[in-house]
Design a protein around this ligand. Structure first.
Ligand code: HEC
Ligand code: HEC
Ligand code: HEC
Length: 448
């Protein structure tokens, strides 16, 4: 936190030198002299699909609010900011945005009045979107979305850190500012997958580690850190590379497809903040697009130095749990009494409905946050094809103490061949105080 503060302060100070430059530097847009003509139904429909790819609704809508009217609070280390009204209301929304203004907000992080947007709006990813997708998106927001009159809320970031112009420098340093360039060495499917993951899908905003200034350390596969797993908002978004333990090394392309399409596969069920991405975005992607994403992700190499020895199932735990071990080891006792009913003594879960705890990334990653958070608070409801799932992970916040939770998770992270680190009471206590079980009850957000 302190380090971040100093970095941001550094950016502010260095930024002073750049003020004059920034004042005169509004990024240009290919649409600067273009007047958008009345869009066709096809273009609007395509824009709606791009809005699904980009998951705009998840951030620009509150669970009890109107679609795209904004107001969702987003915590940053410097204070809260609120998403804005992006309905076409001329007074409180973006009704007066020209296509070029819209492009600058999406791809450069500059609002129509020239102020810089906080990078909580994922423009470092959206800047890879094609002109065609931006045009379609604009058509949808202007013609396909209901205008809603709802004033924006001011940010709660304290002065002087709420000064927005240093963000222009942040921008120059940390974003690439270029539309996705297809790689000639790869086929069309790979390139489509890369485009979706890096651009509209902004998967890296959760799955890529961030540096001290909150920047994603890599924006494409040229770096081994790209999509190598990251901690954000109390959830650990695991590696999407071929790492066999913390990543997708043991998943096939079909497994990745099924997970993004149905919210589940034999390896796991969507939970934590991935539910937002699934409920509102990935399940609406076309089969071709999902297969392209799977194909691209499966091309990203593992990092054996970081990921450690490959997990292998060990049956001994199930036998131990059936004998007297469960009475003697505190964590095993808690597991047998509370968890085995669903996740099984064999740790293998039940079909596709209850995920295994044997060999999953939340049990193998050095970061135990996802395991702790889901045990404390449960998971937001997964809704596939309009149908809420019937089995849910119950919250144990009220039933298990910090010590009991640390014991049961330490146990599960070492059972069935798992080799995740032990979980401490302090880690559980910290997440208990930082997380709010009410925030877990996210529902699917209707776009119309
Ligand atoms: C991860 C959350 C997130 C997602 C996803 C997201 N936005 Fe945003 N967006 C924000 C935040 C936060 C702001 C306000 C930033 C600020 O105040 O500096 C914002 C601001 C904007 C603005 C500037 C609005 C204004 O009031 O001038 C536009 C336009 C916009 N977003 C459009 C979109 C579109 C279109 C999509 C989908 C392609 C999208 N956003 C997806 C978080 C998000
Ligand atoms: C808002 C944050 C967020 C975004 C955006 C996001 N993810 Fe995730 N993702 C997570 C978290 C947290 C998990 C761990 C929980 C789980 O397994 O469901 C996860 C898990 C996954 C998994 C399962 C990995 C495993 O080892 O179990 C896959 C596959 C995945 N995400 C793919 C994607 C893709 C593809 C995108 C972009 C289209 C994406 N995610 C965007 C947060 C996010
Ligand atoms: C009623 C059935 C049920 C019980 C009992 C239960 N779980 Fe779960 N658990 C689930 C389901 C279902 C999920 C998938 C997330 C969701 O859909 O809510 C899950 C997910 C998880 C995950 C994330 C798995 C992954 O893919 O990485 C962990 C960790 C976990 N549970 C631990 C526990 C622990 C520890 C206990 C006992 C204290 C427990 N669960 C008891 C049903 C259950």
């Amino acid at each position: 936190m302190k380090k971040l503060f100093l970095t941001v302060l550094g950016v502010v100070v260095v930024g002073a030198a750049g003020t004059a430059w920034i004042a005169t530097h509004t990024p240009s847009s290919p649409f600067d002299n273009v007047t958008a003509s009345a869009p066709s139904e096809d273009l609007i429909a395509r824009g709606e699909y791009v809005a699904r790819l980009g998951d705009c609704v998840a951030c620009h809508t509150t669970p009890d609010g109107k679609a795209f009217a904004g107001g969702l609070e987003m915590g940053t280390p410097l204070g809260s900011i609120f998403t804005t009204n992006i309905t076409p209301d001329p007074e409180t929304g973006i009704g007066n945005y020209s296509l070029a203004d819209f492009d600058r907000a999406l791809r450069h992080g500059v609002a129509a009045d020239g102020h810089r947007l906080y990078p909580a709006m994922p423009y470092p990813s959206y800047d890879k979107m094609t002109d065609g997708d931006i045009e379609a998106l604009y058509a949808y927001f202007m013609e396909g979305v209901e205008p809603v009159s709802q004033a924006n809320k001011p940010t709660e970031i304290e002065e002087p850190l709420n000064m927005r112009w240093p963000l222009a420098l942040w921008n120059v340093v940390f974003t690439e500012g270029e539309v996705y360039q297809a790689k000639a060495s790869e086929d069309g499917m790979w390139n489509r997958g890369a485009y979706l993951v890096q651009g509209p899908g902004h998967c890296g905003s959760c799955h890529t580690p961030r540096g001290p200034a909150m920047n994603e350390v890599a924006l494409d596969e040229s770096s081994p850190e790209y999509l190598s797993g990251a901690l954000l908002d109390g959830w650990y978004a695991p590696s999407l590379r071929n790492d066999p333990n913390i990543g997708l090394g043991r998943w096939s392309e079909e497994d990745v497809y099924a997970y993004l399409k149905n919210g589940r596969n034999e390896h796991g069920v969507v939970f934590g903040s991935m539910v937002e991405a699934f409920n509102n975005s990935t399940q609406f992607m076309s089969d071709d697009d999902l297969m392209s994403i799977a194909h691209y992700l499966k091309s990203l190499p593992a990092d054996p130095d970081y990921d450690g020895p490959v997990w292998a199932y060990d049956e001994a735990t199930a036998d131990d749990l059936s004998r007297d071990v469960a009475d003697k080891v505190p964590g095993a006792r808690t597991y047998a009494a509370n968890c085995a009913f669903c996740h099984g003594r064999d740790g293998l879960g039940q079909n596709e409905w209850i995920p295994p705890l044997a060999g999953v990334s939340s049990m193998l990653a050095p970061e135990a946050e996802s395991a702790i958070n889901v045990t404390l608070n449960g998971s937001p409801r997964v809704i596939a094809n309009g149908v809420p799932d019937s089995y849910r992970m119950p919250p144990y916040r009220e039933h298990l103490s910090d010590a009991q939770m640390a014991e049961v998770l330490t146990y599960a992270r070492s059972a069935w061949g798992n080799h995740g680190d032990a979980v401490s009471e302090e880690e559980v206590a910290a997440l208990r105080s930082h997380t709010d079980p009410a925030s877990i009850d996210v529902i699917i957000l209707q776009m119309r």
